[in-house]
Design a protein around this ligand. Sequence first.
Ligand SMILES: CC(C)(COP(=O)(O)OP(=O)(O)OC[C@H]1O[C@@H](n2cnc3c(N)ncnc32)[C@H](O)[C@@H]1OP(=O)(O)O)[C@@H](O)C(=O)NCCC(=O)NCCS
Length: 175
Amino acid sequence: MLDTALKDLEILPMTIDDLEDVLNIERLSYSSPWLKSQFEKELQNQFSNKFIAKVAHDGRQETAAFIIFWVVADEAHILNIAVHPDFRRKGIAKSLLFFTLNSMEERRVKEVFLEVRRSNVYAQELYKDFGFKEIGIREGYYGNNNEDAIVMALEIKGEREVAFDDEEEQDEGFI
Ligand SMILES: CC(C)(COP(=O)(O)OP(=O)(O)OC[C@H]1O[C@@H](n2cnc3c(N)ncnc32)[C@H](O)[C@@H]1OP(=O)(O)O)[C@@H](O)C(=O)NCCC(=O)NCCS
């Protein structure tokens, strides 16, 4: 599978062989990272969808990011998205989300939800770019520092108009 914005970006289903790379990204990305066992559970869960993004680096394809989301009937929930710090601000998260929302649309998902830390303004910006709106607050949701979660939702209804830095590459690469 190929997707959008970045040259040589590949989006592939996550397998058990990707676990170490994914755990590394997770630990570099969060103050309270998921445990290995949580990823293992997701890999076994039939409602869970897991993808990694690989990019060309030093002459080989390197795992740069991942996304995990659930689809249950016509609702979806994004549980986790993270990009390796070395590969941030290159449009990888946007590409992964674009891919994910298209895949949800194909599966007739009507609405998608996620939680994001109140302090995580970069992620909130990313989601707002896709049209996600804040629909509520879960007070003290994150146990490690009692931080609130902002609940965001997006109704899925056709064309997405997210801006990539290079629209031509995005148009060419998208399948
Ligand atoms: C949030 C995260 C996934 C973004 O990944 P990324 O690949 O760097 O994001 P992109 O390059 O696709 O940028 C998408 C948009 O996010 C916002 N954004 C991301 N990083 C930003 C930064 N450092 N400063 C300002 N805006 C930022 C911008 O709106 C950006 O769009 P723009 O480049 O057109 O301005 C990444 O920073 C990350 O992994 N963070 C740690 C894990 C995390 O917080 N995940 C989300 C949990 S809810």
